[in-house]
Design a protein around this ligand. Structure first.
Ligand SMILES: [Zn+2]
Length: 115
């Protein structure tokens, strides 16, 4: 079996090689999988009061009166800012950080235009 392995590591493990390099790669891969799973299953925030949430609120207040649509956008922006604060302070749900940041920027941009 081992002579068929071109490159030792995770691929080698999949091909049936059980050398220390392939075993280590498999163990690392499982550890990464468990970490991602742990991240996905961490609870979402229920409390607020973070810095980005406060900043977002000030920015929204600064926009003045909002339409009904604007109010909806503002509510989504606040929830998203709270989530980002939560990720930053707890280190949990890092998997949502990139998307949430993009969402918040997009919501604030749309809010400024829709006001
Ligand atoms: Zn190997």
């Amino acid at each position: 079996m081992e002579e068929q392995v071109v490159k030792h590591g995770y691929r080698g493990w999949k091909q049936g090689c059980r050398c220390s390099v392939c075993g280590r790669a498999q163990a690392d891969s499982m550890a990464r999988y468990r970490e991602r799973k742990r991240q996905r299953e961490a609870p979402l925030p229920v409390t607020g009061g973070g810095e980005l949430e406060a900043l977002t609120l000030r920015r929204i207040d600064g926009l003045g009166a909002l339409s009904a649509y604007g109010e909806s956008l503002a509510s989504l922006a606040m929830t998203t800012a709270r989530l980002i604060d939560h990720i930053g302070s707890t280190g949990q749900r890092q998997d949502l950080m990139r998307r949430s940041t993009r969402d918040l920027l997009s919501l604030m941009k749309e809010l400024s235009a829709a006001r």
